[in-house]
Design a protein around this ligand. Sequence first.
Ligand code: HEC
Length: 116
Amino acid sequence: MCKVLVLFFLGLGILGCGKVKNSSSSDGGSIVGTAEFVSAMEIVQSKCLSCHNTWATYSSDDYVKKGLVFKGSPANSSLYTRIRGNDVGQAGDMPPGQPTLTYTEIKEIKAWINSL
Ligand code: HEC
């Protein structure tokens, strides 16, 4: 009887081990692209996507194709000129009703557009 129980629990142990899964897939680093793109998208994710949720899956090229970004020219990129506090002399209004992006954040977005 004892041996049967021991075998039973050994068996459970082996079954249990077989069920262990590798669950290291959710590290949050889902933005794919150049270092400039990743830095810019971290800001867009936190400051813009709450309203512009359609942008969530955009690649760098997608922003260009949709006409939101003009390669190498922040002054011609509505995604940049609409940001309040941008430094190309256009009155931005984004994000509405929320704090203006910091100088550093604005610079990161500009650096991405300039890198294209
Ligand atoms: C609180 C909501 C909200 C947030 C946050 C927000 N926007 Fe907007 N945005 C809007 C709305 C609403 C419109 C459409 C009306 C308009 O054009 O003013 C818009 C329009 C735009 C447009 C023109 C859209 C187009 O397809 O031509 C751009 C570019 C833009 N936003 C950039 C940004 C950027 C960059 C951020 C982050 C720094 C941002 N927005 C954050 C609400 C928001």
